[in-house]
Design a protein around this ligand. Structure first.
Ligand code: UTP
Length: 287
């Protein structure tokens, strides 16, 4: 599988006021924008062509993945070779394409905008604000399961029962350890309507059948075209598996998730990890 789609056209209202002018995908987790972690996961999973679904206020993303000749020249001239390489490397990670979602009509509509880019091949979807920290890239875990079962795939994890109404719940039966067959799902269920405590979290492998389904999917929860409504129909007409993926997931589109990701990545960073541990333990004594 060589193609991936990153829907990144949401308004990011949970991270206002910063996201008034800075796309939430460009908010830094330590010293890299959130979307860079997602592109790195895709590339580490074997993806070569990436479509970012963007909107008219997100130019900063396009610029970030372009060359920056003046800056690069300056860094080279002043002997800052590591910085030069870091800046250049960002632009050479993958073939990155863009399409605009001209109206914010929901995640399902954003994915549908990828139809021309994808053609007939299966493709990966990585949500622009969900970062995964783990050994094997989550997209790779899903690609392996999708190929093994000749199916589409969704990434799932168990969430607290009171939290399921923030996500989509899935009706599943076990195929093997951590891999399940999906037979139904619902978007943001009330706790007593959830199919299970397993929620779909930010990663998908889809077949091109999804496009004709999304074209005929009416607006659902919140008046938006929901990807879950499309996936619900997809799992009824062709095989779908769910992978209970092995990684920690951060929703950097809300304040708690953003702070958790920032702290966890900083703790693992050899440049600041030990310093942060000391700082935090001093802080904890104060409170
Ligand atoms: P979210 O609901 O997390 O993003 O959508 P949002 O709409 O930006 O969030 P808030 O509630 O206003 O803070 C999940 C993913 O779908 C994308 C988002 O960019 C995010 O990656 N999305 C959502 C689109 O691309 N287009 C849409 O119309 C809606």
């Amino acid at each position: 599988m060589k193609k991936a789609v990153i829907p990144a056209a949401g308004l990011g209202t949970r991270m206002l006021p910063a996201t008034k002018t800075v796309p939430k995908e460009m908010l830094p987790i330590v010293d890299k924008p959130a979307i860079q972690y997602i592109i790195e996961e895709a590339v580490a999973s074997g993806i070569e062509d990436i479509l970012i679904v963007s909107n008219r206020s997100k130019h900063a993303m396009d610029d970030y993945f372009d060359y920056s000749p003046e800056l690069e020249e300056l860094l080279k001239r002043s002997g800052k070779i590591a910085e030069y390489e870091a800046v250049r490397d960002v632009a050479d990670k993958a073939n990155i394409f863009y399409v605009r979602q001209k109206e914010t009509k929901g995640l399902g509509h954003a994915v549908w905008r990828a139809k021309r880019f994808v053609g007939d091949e299966p493709f990966a979807v990585l949500l622009g604000d969900d970062i995964m920290m783990g050994k094997t890239p989550v997209t790779k875990q899903l690609i392996d399961a999708a190929e093994q079962y000749e199916a589409s795939a969704v990434g799932i994890q168990r969430v607290a029962s009171e939290a399921i109404s923030k996500y989509s719940s899935v009706l599943i039966s076990e195929l093997e350890e951590r891999i399940y067959r999906v037979s139904d799902m619902n978007e943001k269920p009330k706790p007593d309507q959830a199919f299970s405590e397993f929620a779909i979290l930010g990663r998908y492998i889809l077949t091109a059948e999804i496009f004709s389904i999304l074209e005929n999917t009416p607006p659902g929860y919140g008046g938006e075209i929901q990807l879950t409504d499309g996936l619900q129909r997809l799992c009824k007409v062709s095989p779908m598996v769910a992978v209970d993926f092995d990684a920690k997931r951060y929703d950097t589109g809300n304040l708690e998730g953003f702070l958790e990701a920032t702290i966890d990545y900083a703790l693992q960073d050899p440049r600041v990890g030990d310093w942060l541990k000391g700082f935090m333990s001093d802080k904890l004594k104060e409170i």
